[in-house]
Every structure is written in C-alpha cells, then in structure tokens.
Design a protein around this ligand. Sequence first.
Ligand SMILES: [Zn+2]
Length: 382
Amino acid sequence: MKSILPFFIVQYTLGGWVTFNFKEANDTITEHVGRIEAIIQCETQDGRLENTLKLSRLLFVNELGNFNSADRRSWANNKELWMVEEEPLYTVLPNVINTSVVVWLENQSQPNHFDYRVREILYQNFVTHQWRIRPIIQRHLHPSEFVPFPNSPPIQDMRQFKFMLDIYLDDFGTFRTVYHSLGGIYMQLGNMPFELRKRLKNHLIIGLVPFGGKFDDVMRPLLHELRDLEKGVVMTIGEENVWVVAGIGLVTADLPQGNSLADIKQQGASHGCRMCMAPRNQLTDNTYDTINNARFHHITEQLFEQLQTLINQNASQTIINTFQVEYGLCSKLGILSSLSCDRHLQTPQDAYYAFGDKVQKLIDSTLSLFNNSGKEIFLKYW
Ligand SMILES: [Zn+2]
C-alpha cells in the first residue's frame, strides 16, 4: 500500500509498524504506535472500494494501569512498548498514518537501529477477565513473519487471483456397520460466500484414503502443486493468462486426526491438546491459563528441531520417547508442516464433533418419552 505525500512516496507493508493519529471519544487526537494487522478493501457509501487498514495499538508504560510498576518504569525509558491482545483492532483509512517506525521484538535478533522495543504482552484471561502479562516469545506470529512473500507475476499488469484453500477430511463407513472405513479428503475455496460453499458441486474431492492407508501418502502428489501455488503460477482462463496465488486457510478434521495433522499426540496423551500444553488432569480446569500456555507454531518447530537433534545423536529410544511425552509431540512431522501455515491456529477444533453426538442422544431420549401424538406435537413445534 502506498501513501502519496507532497514530496515522496512511503510504502507501508502488512505487518509493518507505524505511528497513527486517532480521534478519542472526547474529540482529542492522540498519536499511537501500532501494527498493520490487515489491509482490506471496504465498500464506501457510494459503492467504491477503498483501502482500509486494521491496526493494533501498542501501549507505553504509563498506559499499563496496574502493571505500571516502578520496576517496569526503570527499564522502559520511553522506548519500551507493550503489545495488547483481546482488544478490538482500529479500522482506519491510510491517511491517519504519520510515519513508519522500527520495532524490535526482544526475542528476535536485535536490528542495527530501532525506535521501540517490545518485551512483554498484555492479555486478558477469558475466564477470569483478569489482565496479565506474558513474555513476548509466547506469541502467535503474524503471517507476514513466516509466510514467504509470493513472487510477482511475469508480466506486470497480469490480473492476479488469490485463493484460500480449506482442506478437510473425515472417515465414513463404506457399507452399513462394516468396520472398514474410507477417509475422504476434500477441498473448498475459502473465498466463496457461504451460499456457494454449501453446494455439493463446490466440495472438491482430492482423494480417498483406503482402510489402513495414510493421509500423507494420498496428499504427497498434491504437495508440490500446493507449494508452487504458494509462490504463484500462471493459469489460463479462456484466452487470458492470469497469476494465481493460493495457500492453506484451514485444515479441519475430527479430534484424533486433527491432532496428528498438527503433529501432536492423540487426545489421551499427557499433553494431548493441539492448542495448548494443558496436562491431561487439567483439560477441564477453567482456571488453567490456555493463553500463556498455548502451543505456538515457532516454538513447536524448535521442539521438533530438538527432537531431530536427539535422533541424529543416536539418543536412546527412552530419551526420545520421554521428550515426545513431555511436549506431546508426534514421532515425526506430517506432510502439511512443509506448507506455510500455523499448525496450531489453522487446524481448529471442530465444535460439531464435541456436541453433535450428545445432541442426537438428547433428542432420541426426549422422543422416547412421548407417545405417538406427543411426538407429532413436539415435531410440529420443532
Ligand atoms: Zn488446550
């Protein structure tokens, strides 16, 4: 995105740090430091499309409320900022931006020059609603930090199309109660509105996993195509060559399959949650801090590197197993790990699996209480 000032052009990028003006409720204008979390196009009242920014705001030490301690003030020096989570983003036009700044996130290598540093994140526990602080390393990276930028099209004014691919898989019985099941792997274009997505013809079958077969083996032939699509490929629509870039949006599966797609042990393991490190005996504990103890993609990557080092050093199987159990890791990385996606955020829990079965039981047992005329009345009002 470019902002044209009288004498020069400033280019802002997704994930970049900026200072911006914001009009507060009492009409005073204050300057904040923020990050460009997303660049979107919004429709104006007269039907034009307008570039709009979604900005997150960072706080100075004097804005930290209870956390504004003497100790923090002593090392903050006007240069330290705090990221805030669970706060709504500012949706603004690009003209509120003053300038771009360099922010050093202190768990990364230090740049030659920086305007501000960030060491901690302020976040709210969603059960107790208490504000807390956690170190900067415990953070889901912004996609601009780990998704490589796609190539430019070979011809400058070639039309560009960008797609989000949703992959999902599920087993189904092949014939009544016969145990042998087939796994179906399907894909949808996440860009489609819901009206189109729900149509059967828009569910594309990638392949079927035979009983005893593996997801990775069925996906392998498709993988190099997905990697090429992340960088961009030329496709021909009618007479026209267009530039197509696509990446994984979400991967949806039931609980055990979802865990193995996210390279995490199954749900019965000591740490069998693919979103957080909750030990088995605290899986239903509301007070467990699932935000501070979340699984973070870059940390899981480091753990797999450590696991690989143990294997390369011919460590005993007991040491390797203990390491895997301690962090709930699968024995090796799955095929999706070579794509640009965050295994913990982009393999969401499928809520339907958690309650679908129970709702069916509830309805069955409710209906069994009625006689025939009762059933008819119940269904009429249902
Ligand atoms: Zn969890």
